[in-house]
Design a protein around this ligand. Structure first.
Ligand code: FCB
Length: 446
């Protein structure tokens, strides 16, 4: 039986995407508040002001998780909800919210997995340069110290960062996410400090929570050369992987940057504000690697794109509403690659899921057959990876419910539960029923 008895079945969310409550209860402004209130940045002018109103409805949401039968829930803490200006004064109401949430999870027998940073940086810190400022490492240490001291008696599983690639590149090079810069020097400076802050926070969490398990979540983009036998495409696919994955994996596991990408970025001047040798400090022992996997990237050599590569859409394959290709084998390949190149002792799939234009609920259920297929195929891929010896210890479906999908606003739905954003009513989708049944089947077999 592939899935071990103690395999963790969960769902994931993040603070800004679900909590709402605007700036009430002492919550400070975050960069996503500022960004989404800036015209033209988010689809339809949507903001996270109300989102899923989870700040008020968390008891109902925990009940929903219990009904789903998950044993773990991955959520993130909103930094400006607990330290409104990012450093200094603490907002007790914010801390109390997370304490109540964790208590309800415990009453429902659901284990909390806490992510410290899922993108909602206090705006007050952004005003000081955000992650570009070397002091950000210290700010994050102070924040990690507070949260692990305050919540550590009831939370044992800790994730420092969610997807540093997005925090650095999507937010500061592509400009699609807050704070919306398009500046390679800024992007690589941010990546450096985020990685260093991970290395600095892990020992603090361990010290405050002696039995903690601590890790980091990296998004993995599985890439393949468009023409598999074409040398230029092969080189391009490797470069793509080096920039997306290894730029973050190597620091965490080896304390180095990948040599090929390092040389090239250095020549381009993108590393002018950092000392790359400092990255040795990002390598500290971790208990697990979290990975988020959604799709594959087919890569072709490009003479026009300055990066030297471009993404190709392969027709005739299934694509989600975000045009992400459904490619479950990529998850298997990713897991095998990580296992063979970096040897993490434990891997959690901390996110996996898909967005489709679901129909409205009928008779208390939403019919989403493509999402059911997506989950089935990806869970099967994990099963195969475990059979091949990859130490996958848990799976968190993204997401528990439809929510604020960053620059896509409420236009893209990833939930197992449908949310009517007018009434805040939650309705299970058939994928929730599938997940529920799969979990109980796998448990029965284990
Ligand atoms: C990931 C994010 C998560 C969600 C999914 C769809 O990159 O971590 O918050 O937006 O994508």
């Amino acid at each position: 039986m592939a899935f071990p008895k103690d395999f963790v079945w969960g769902t994931a969310t993040s603070s800004y995407q679900i909590e709402g409550g605007g700036l009430d209860y002492g919550r400070g402004e975050c960069i996503w508040h500022r960004f989404s209130h800036t015209p033209g940045k988010v689809y339809n002018g949507d903001t996270g002001d109300i989102a899923c109103d989870h700040i008020h409805r968390y008891p109902q949401d925990v009940a929903m998780m219990a009904e789903l039968g998950i044993d773990s829930y991955r959520f993130s803490v909103s930094w400006p909800r607990v330290i409104p200006a990012g450093t200094g004064t603490i907002n007790q109401q914010g801390l109390d919210f997370y304490k109540r949430l964790i208590e309800s999870l415990q009453e429902a027998n659901i284990t909390p997995y806490l992510t410290l940073y899922h993108w909602d940086l206090p705006q007050a810190l952004q005003d000081k340069g955000g992650w570009e400022n070397p002091d950000s490492v210290q700010w994050f240490m102070e924040y990690a110290d507070l949260i692990s001291r305050e919540l550590g008696s009831d939370v044992k599983d800790w994730i420092t960062h969610n997807e540093p690639f997005v925090v650095s590149m999507v937010s500061n090079l592509f400009g699609v996410h807050a704070p919306g810069q398009q500046d390679p020097v800024a992007a690589y400076t941010v990546a450096h400090h985020v990685l260093l802050s991970h290395g600095a926070a892990v020992p603090i969490i361990r010290q405050n929570v002696p039995d903690a398990e601590v890790g980091i979540t990296l998004d993995q983009t599985y890439s393949m050369p468009y023409r598999p036998d074409n040398h230029e495409d092969q080189i391009a696919a490797r470069r793509f992987a080096a920039f997306h994955n290894d730029w973050f994996l190597e620091p965490v596991f080896r304390g180095t940057y990948p040599a090929d990408a390092l040389k090239e970025l250095d020549q381009r001047g993108a590393l002018s504000k950092i000392d790359p040798t400092e990255i040795s400090k990002a390598q500290v022992p971790i208990d697990f690697l979290g990975i988020n996997y959604y799709t594959r990237y087919v890569i072709k050599a490009s003479e026009t794109d300055p990066s030297g590569f471009e993404q190709v859409r392969v027709d005739g394959t299934e694509h989600t509403a975000l045009d992400w290709e459904v490619y479950p084998d990529g998850l298997l390949h990713t897991l095998l690659y990580l296992h063979n190149a970096y040897y993490p002792t434990k891997i959690y799939i901390t996110e996996n899921g898909c967005s489709y234009d679901d129909p409205l609920p009928i008779n208390g259920v939403v019919d989403d057959p493509k999402r059911v297929d997506y989950y089935r195929q990806h869970i099967d891929a994990i099963e195969k990876a475990i059979e091949l010896g990859v130490p996958v210890a848990g799976y968190f479906a993204w997401s528990l419910m439809d929510n604020f999908e960053w620059a896509e606003g409420y236009n893209r739905r990833f939930g197992l539960y449908h949310v009517d954003f007018e009434t805040q009513e939650r309705t299970p989708k058939k994928s929730a029923l599938y997940y529920q049944e799969r979990i109980s089947q796998e448990r029965a077999k284990a």
